[in-house]
Design a protein around this ligand. Structure first.
Ligand SMILES: [Zn+2]
Length: 346
């Protein structure tokens, strides 16, 4: 199945590309070749679709077209679109559950499903672009400061790496920061209690920034000069030197300028868009993330929206950032993006 156009001839010509059942011998590199036979169709009560069913000649197990879809085994697949809209429109999980007359548990499960699909899709796109050697840059990186549960006691850093011209988001990470200084006596007491429970917080800033650079080092074209622009944070040069040693140029600018005249405007603009789209990053509200791992999951859904679904700008709304970067050839709707699962590269 092609990543962008799985069925150019239409879904009625669906042919299973391989057996989707775990442990099937046909999936092994030296296993028997995959063959299937048709086992008729069934009607799905939840959305009224008629679905083809197949049987694997190797492991003898059944599967259907549905097994290859993102909404496989979902009881209310019609919630995916509205929940996705809420995730990229500053709506909290609890409010999403209220609006859609569902439970927070369903919203959380759908968040994990959409985040996993978004990450797998991005991985497949970057792998294809890596093989084609089309990931050029320049790139920009900056860290967004936020927090989990408590702004003073549990701050979090959130580095974001983008391609400068297309605003394509390559990677994000989230790491803890130590509690802030000048705490009130009551906060000091709570800090000690938290440290007794979870351990002393350290700064993971360098580590998570390094992970962003590692991802870039993995996918970039090593034969071309890679330009990376950041502000003058002291830990960036060391983290970069540990991940890329040749064909790399690190340009550092003052982070004080925040308007369009700043060389770092593309990353500043992206961080502002993130804050405007993710309920967890909206300042001075109670919507802040409770655990930083969930922030990363949520961010991957926004990245799918930014890279593949949203128009590049309001004027150039027919092209997505991924198209501008040359990584994909079409702009996706949310329905087409969350339609087919990303199959492992075989
Ligand atoms: Zn099989």
């Amino acid at each position: 199945m092609d990543l962008e156009r799985p069925f150019p001839m239409g879904i009625q010509h669906f042919r299973p590309p391989h057996c989707p059942r775990q442990g099937c011998p046909s999936q092994a590199a030296d296993g028997p070749p995959f063959h299937f036979w048709s086992r008729g169709r069934f009607h799905r009560a939840c959305d009224g679709r008629t679905v083809h069913r197949f049987s694997c000649c190797v492991c003898k197990r059944c599967f259907s077209v549905q097994t290859f879809r993102v909404d496989y085994r979902l009881q209310r697949p019609q919630l995916t679109g509205p929940i996705f809209d809420a995730f990229v429109s500053k709506v909290t999980q609890r409010q999403t559950a209220r609006i859609l007359s569902t439970t927070r548990k369903t919203v959380r499960r759908r968040l994990l499903l959409l985040a996993r699909h978004s990450r797998e899709f991005q991985t497949a796109v970057l792998e294809r672009a890596r093989l084609r050697k089309i990931i050029h840059g320049p790139f920009q990186l900056d860290e967004q400061q936020t927090f989990e549960r408590d702004r003073r006691l549990q701050p979090v850093t959130f580095p974001v790496l983008i391609e400068e011209e297309s605003l394509f988001v390559l990677h994000v990470e989230a790491g803890m920061l130590p509690a802030r200084g000048n705490l009130r006596p009551s906060d000091l007491l709570r800090k000690r209690r938290l440290e007794a429970k979870d351990g002393v917080r350290i700064s993971e800033s360098r580590e998570v920034v390094k992970r962003c650079f590692e991802e870039l080092a993995r996918v970039r074209n090593p034969d071309e000069m890679t330009v990376i622009k950041t502000d003058k944070a002291p830990h960036y040069p060391g983290a970069l030197a540990e991940t890329m040693t040749r064909n790399v140029l690190h340009l550092r600018y003052s982070g004080k300028l925040k308007d369009t005249s700043s060389p770092l405007w593309p990353i500043n603009f992206t961080l502002a868009m993130l804050r405007d789209g993710l309920s967890r990053l909206v300042r001075k509200t109670w919507a802040a993330t409770k655990e930083r791992a969930w922030l990363t999951e949520h961010a991957w859904i926004w990245i799918a929206y930014r890279n593949y679904i949203r128009g590049f700008t309001n004027r150039q709304h027919r092209r997505s950032s991924a198209q501008c970067a040359g990584y994909v050839s079409r702009r996706f709707s949310k329905a087409s993006f969350f339609e087919w699962r990303v199959l492992p590269i075989r």
